[in-house]
Ligand binder design. Sequence first.
Ligand SMILES: [Zn+2]
Ligand SMILES: [Zn+2]
Length: 104
Amino acid sequence: MSRATENQPFMCAHCGERVDRLRNGSFRNHCADCLWSLHVDDRPGDRASTCGGLMAPVRLVQPRGKGLAIVHVCTVCGHESRNRLAVDDPSQPDSWEAVVHVQD
Ligand SMILES: [Zn+2]
Ligand SMILES: [Zn+2]
């Protein structure tokens, strides 16, 4: 699959929100509204997994020198991955309200 098709808009499998691609060209794998993701990657963007399970947002991390990231755990197989948050995206920022709830 080409790089272009990896970053297309998608429908959230958890809440049904339409999630647009990021304007800054970086990769977003999760819903901007509820932050849930789908287990389609082994590493971000590779589409190598055949699991397809819903991935729950479980906690936030801030790697040294980088922006806030969200950790997802697959509800089917337990696979864990992280993805940069996009709370400052000009067209469809990640929901701060949902981000705050992850910390609960
Ligand atoms: Zn959603
Ligand atoms: Zn999985």
